[in-house]
Design a protein around this ligand. Structure first.
Ligand code: AMP
Ligand code: GLY
Length: 421
């Protein structure tokens, strides 16, 4: 088989590493890929936004399956484009990807179908949004309707913060048109869990759960990032809870999408808050999490390719292995200044030594090669990922590997996985 992966971050590196191990795969390609992915796949310099070029390339190469990593091309209809061209594609249509691409769409769908989530209202008018904030009272969360590169959810401890967030989104247009409409919702407390399921349009298969560490500094301090690290599995998310989430959230959501003419094919990221009143949806995403995918790929049993194909083609699930009781962690190493502005082009040392450690994979998130040398090229640079029989061993292995790596100004959280107990 010939498989094309679309994307070039840590998530796509983990997918390429895993998919590349399948005995079914003869040729693995990635667009645009990155220096880490290049070790497992042929990288072609086509960006994820160049839909015409991607489709032309996949047709010319007669790929058997396209796997789309990031949300932006999915929300913009890239899966539909491949499908029209007659290619099998792992990733939802634009209509189904609206579950992430439009918060208002996702929240309305949950309301219509009684799926547990935070109380909310949607606004096109800033004055009305502010009035609702005053009625609800703080704390609140103000969210842009559209995609805002992970920055569109503003947690507001006070009413003043909420009013400022409304102004920032709707009047100052800090997130462009994504913030022209906002969702204002109740603030939920509890443990956050990212749960991943595969859907083939009519049936669902649970994968596993992970917990992301979003804040930049230890102890969940500092601004939110795309994710500084994560671990899997999550002890609190036991079999009984998984069953409850499947029955009260996942199945009804997928059935609702199918009934509304947007059957979901791909991986659904179910962002949950384990509240005192049971699990509630924080958000849905139309793709694997990054870095959750890295922690999942090192734990996943067996060959994933038949599952991805079944999801893409709308076919019955092949037999699959139960997930092992192993534990994994992914520690992201970031550039100085991230999640704000950061320098690039700095030499990275020690990746080989890190990877030589047992159970360790170093996934490239933001790297490039310059004069044959590996250099930094993003905010999150490397996802140092380790798998072991127990969480403590996985944490120790990951941090020992992190200790091998050096570049100027690098920083990372030292408490990834500590919440796992
Ligand atoms: P989202 O973009 O919806 O994933 O939100 C980003 C982050 O904001 C989430 O991972 C949560 O940590 C936080 N968040 C979003 N909505 C809520 C909520 N209703 N209550 C508490 N925290 C939230
Ligand atoms: N790690 C959070 C996300 O992928 O959205």
């Amino acid at each position: 088989m010939k498989i094309l992966i679309v994307g070039g971050g840590g998530r796509e590196h983990a997918l390429a590493w895993r998919i590349g191990q399948s005995p079914r795969v003869d040729t693995l390609m990635a667009a645009p890929g990155n220096p880490g992915i290049a070790r497992h796949a042929q990288c072609v310099p086509i960006g994820v936004e160049a839909h015409d070029e991607l489709v032309a390339f996949a047709r010319r190469e007669r790929v058997d399956l396209v796997v789309i990593g990031p949300e932006a091309p999915l929300a913009a209809g890239l899966a539909d484009r491949f499908a029209v061209a007659g290619l099998a594609v792992f990733g939802p249509s634009a209509r189904a990807a609206a579950i992430e691409g439009s918060k208002a769409f996702a929240k309305d769908l949950m309301r219509r179908h009684g799926i547990p989530t935070a109380r909310f209202a949607t606004f096109d008018d800033a004055e009305r949004a502010r009035r609702f904030c005053r009625e609800m009272g703080a704390p609140l969360v103000v969210k842009t309707d559209g995609l805002a590169a992970g920055k569109g959810a503003i947690v507001c401890p006070t009413l003043e913060d909420a009013e400022a967030a409304v102004a920032q989104c709707m009047e100052q247009r800090a997130f462009g048109t994504a913030g022209a409409r906002v969702v204002v919702e109740e603030f939920m407390t509890g443990q956050e869990v990212s749960f991943f399921v595969l859907s083939n349009g009519s049936d669902v298969m649970a994968l596993a759960a992970a917990e992301d560490h979003k804040a930049v500094f230890d102890g969940d301090r500092g601004p939110n990032t795309g994710g500084m690290g994560c671990y899997s599995p999550v002890l609190a998310f036991d079999e009984a809870l998984e069953k409850r989430v499947m029955e009260t959230i996942v199945r009804p959501t997928l059935a609702a999408l199918a009934r509304e003419g947007a059957p979901y094919r791909g991986v659904l990221y179910v962002g949950l808050m384990l509240t005192a009143h049971g699990p509630k949806v924080v958000e849905f995403n139309c793709r694997f999490g990054d870095p959750e995918c890295q922690a999942l790929m090192v734990r996943a049993p067996g060959d994933l390719v038949p599952l991805l194909l079944a999801a893409a083609r709308g076919e019955a699930w092949p037999a699959y292995h139960p997930w092992p009781s192993t534990a994994s962690v992914c520690v992201n190493i970031a550039s100085r200044g991230y999640p704000g502005a950061y320098p690039t082009g700095l030499a990275i040392r020690g990746v080989e030594a890190a990877e030589a450690r047992p159970g360790v994979q170093v996934f490239h998130a933001g790297t490039a090669t310059k004069h044959g040398m590996l250099v930094t090229a993003g905010g999150r640079v490397l996802g140092v990922t380790a798998v072991a029989d127990h969480m403590d061993a996985a944490i120790a292995a990951a941090y020992a590997a992190v200790g091998e790596i050096a570049f100027e100004g690098m920083h990372y959280r030292t408490d990834v996985g500590r919440r796992s107990a």
